[in-house]
Ligand binder design. Structure first.
Ligand code: ASP
Length: 318
């Protein structure tokens, strides 16, 4: 374990913004400044959440929602929100969830024609008696709550789809541009924890396919007394191991965030055929320590705290 300050000194000395094996480090908070951690290189989203938490320390969900919204709006992100790659019928469908420090949760899956899936998930949490809405029901609920219909297929995604259609082979191996799901966890200055996850899921999936991302305990889990975790990668692997619930339970038993993520990744590789497939987990505990682990090399995540924003590479099984 290494303190955040010491970590910054090392990073500066090495002149690295992306460090392999930093993964081995956890980041311990020494003050009450907020901490935001997200999957992949989501620096902009982390900055939005961090700044919002500095400005309005109590508005944890607002900070998380606006950060995730910024990714959902970004058409260049090919696996979240507008611009996400479609299913094999050429239609984009979204999965998202949100969970707060009071153990409230909301979720939508197989949602079509709405950009801000995470905001609909929050509405489900706050304005319905349910946790999860799917498909047409989720869309109807969104429209009733003031969301607008949008054609979600960007020009770029349509082009990619038409190219794929010429040789329409589906493979569950996740590589390259096919994953970027945002899972984002935040701790505010009162050490309360919340998180959200949003994705367009696997590109060229079977219509109706839902992954881990909107499933509480698979794509996201928060236990405010213990910590929080979120996932990215092949949902079919993650959801059969309830991976984020497992990570948080392992932190409850005393494992560090990285070791808890490692435990959950090991459960995936022990139980399933993982060859050529990726799953990555990130976690934060109540002490503000952050960790991550993945099946394969190449999983990066972003941390924002009082020492700034940096993109780190996780340790991995293979
Ligand atoms: N976990 C997402 C899903 O399976 C995809 C990803 O993160 O790449 O839908």
């Amino acid at each position: 374990m290494i303190s955040r300050r010491r970590f910054s000194q090392i990073s500066a000395a090495m002149g690295l913004s992306l460090m392999n094996s930093v993964n081995a480090l956890s980041i311990k908070t020494q003050n009450s400044s907020p901490i935001v951690v997200s999957t992949w290189n989501n620096k902009k989203a982390n900055q939005i959440a961090y700044d919002a938490l500095i400005e309005e320390p109590g508005a944890l969900l607002d900070a998380i929602e606006s950060a995730v919204n910024s990714v959902e709006e970004n058409e260049k992100d090919l696996s979240v929100g507008y611009g996400g790659l479609p299913d094999n019928s050429g239609k984009v469908s979204l999965d998202a969830c949100i969970m707060d420090h009071k153990h409230n949760a909301g979720s939508v899956c197989f949602l079509r024609d709405i950009v801000h899936a995470v905001s609909v998930a929050r509405k489900v949490m706050e304005e319905s008696p349910h946790v999860m809405l799917a498909g047409q029901g989720a869309q109807d609920f969104a429209l009733e709550h003031g969301f607008e219909k949008t054609n979600m297929l960007s020009e770029q995604a349509e082009k990619a789809y038409l190219k794929w259609k010429k040789n329409p082979v589906f493979s569950p191996e996740i590589n390259g541009e096919r994953h970027d799901t945002i899972g984002l966890l935040a701790m505010d200055s009162a050490s309360d924890l919340s998180g959200a996850c949003s994705t367009s899921g696997l590109s060229y999936k079977t219509p109706g396919r839902v992954g881990d991302s909107p499933i509480i305990g698979s794509g996201l889990y928060v236990d405010n007394k213990v910590g929080a975790a979120t996932a990215t990668g092949l949902g079919e692997l993650i959801m059969k191991c309830c991976s984020t619930f497992l990570v948080v339970e392992k932190m409850k038993q005393g494992l560090s965030p990285e070791n808890a993520c490692r435990y959950a990744i090991e459960m995936i590789v022990e139980t399933q055929d993982y060859s050529g497939k990726q799953a990555g987990l990130i976690a934060i505990n109540k002490q503000g320590e952050v960790g991550a682990y993945a099946i394969q090399k190449g999983f990066i995540y972003t941390v924002a705290d009082a020492d700034g924003i940096r993109v780190l590479e996780s340790n991995y099984y293979l």
